[in-house]
Design a binder for this molecule. Structure first.
Ligand code: F6R
Length: 248
């Protein structure tokens, strides 16, 4: 893991957006697609705002971008306030020129008997796109990446999971009460994430300091699935000072 501690999340987010824009432009010049793995939640919002600014003010085009989102609550209608489909459109897709057919987000509306086939197909689509070039990640207080909660192994693939109690507590305010937070979610697996060529994990604020320490300094184990990132050759851990405060 390569760890960078920035003075604040603003500076850090702008730097991450620049890295993503560079990848998109290099691929464009080569006449190729850039395949992005995307995350939702509070951590990447400023990165997406900066990408929108680069599109509007500096001519960054998303015509050659193919995206795969990490996860979605299950069940979840796409037009719901809390859906990750809605989140992605609100923060990024509605403001840039990405082709709608290039956007992939796990489908929270499927009947349960179709979920396994959907997940298998999601993995296949990632492979057909050429694999993920850059995967953006946040991290949950449980040590989850995507929604790979404790117990998720390094070989896990895209699947339906049960959300951890702490994760549901953290999502409670978005859903106006924990009882309204879905109990399950669809997520890429740890194994799926580890196949990305470059991984950029973002964490801001003192609330993430303890889990960042466990991720960076702990032994790889299912109890903190993010520790499996230690096995990947190219992971940038991008922190603000508060999130990095417990690192030794
Ligand atoms: C979201 C996702 C989650 C979040 C994590 C941190 O797509 O995969 O792993 O990245 O729960 O969430 P925030 O950024 O809201 O603290």
């Amino acid at each position: 893991l390569s760890v960078a501690i920035h003075p604040d999340s603003e500076v850090a987010s702008v730097a991450v957006a620049r890295t993503m824009a560079e990848l998109i432009r290099i691929r464009q010049a080569e006449g190729r697609t850039a395949v992005l793995g995307l995350a939702t939640g509070s951590s990447p919002t400023r990165v997406y705002e900066e990408l929108v600014r680069l599109h509007r003010e500096e001519g960054l085009s998303f015509q050659n971008v193919v995206s795969f989102n990490l996860d979605e609550y299950y069940p979840m209608p796409p037009d719901s306030l809390q859906s990750y489909v809605r989140f992605m459109h609100e923060y990024l897709f509605d403001h840039v020129d990405i082709r709608p057919e290039n956007v992939h987000i796990p489908d929270g509306t499927l009947p349960q008997e179709q979920v396994a086939e959907f997940c298998r197909r999601y993995e296949e689509q990632i492979r057909e796109a050429g694999g993920i070039d850059l995967q953006l990640l946040g991290i949950g207080r449980t040590g989850h990446i995507g929604f790979n909660e404790p117990g998720s192994g390094p070989q896990s693939r895209t699947r339906l999971i049960t959300l951890d109690h702490i994760t549901r507590t953290d999502a409670a305010s978005d859903f106006y009460g924990e009882e309204n937070v879905p109990r399950r979610a669809l997520t890429m697996g740890v194994g799926t994430i580890l196949e990305a060529r470059h991984i950029v994990l973002l964490a801001w604020g003192e609330g993430k300091a303890a889990v960042i320490k466990r991720m960076v300094e702990g032994e790889p184990s299912d109890s903190v699935p993010a520790t499996y990132l230690q096995k990947h050759p190219r992971v940038d851990v991008v922190l603000d000072e508060a999130a990095g405060a417990e690192l030794t």
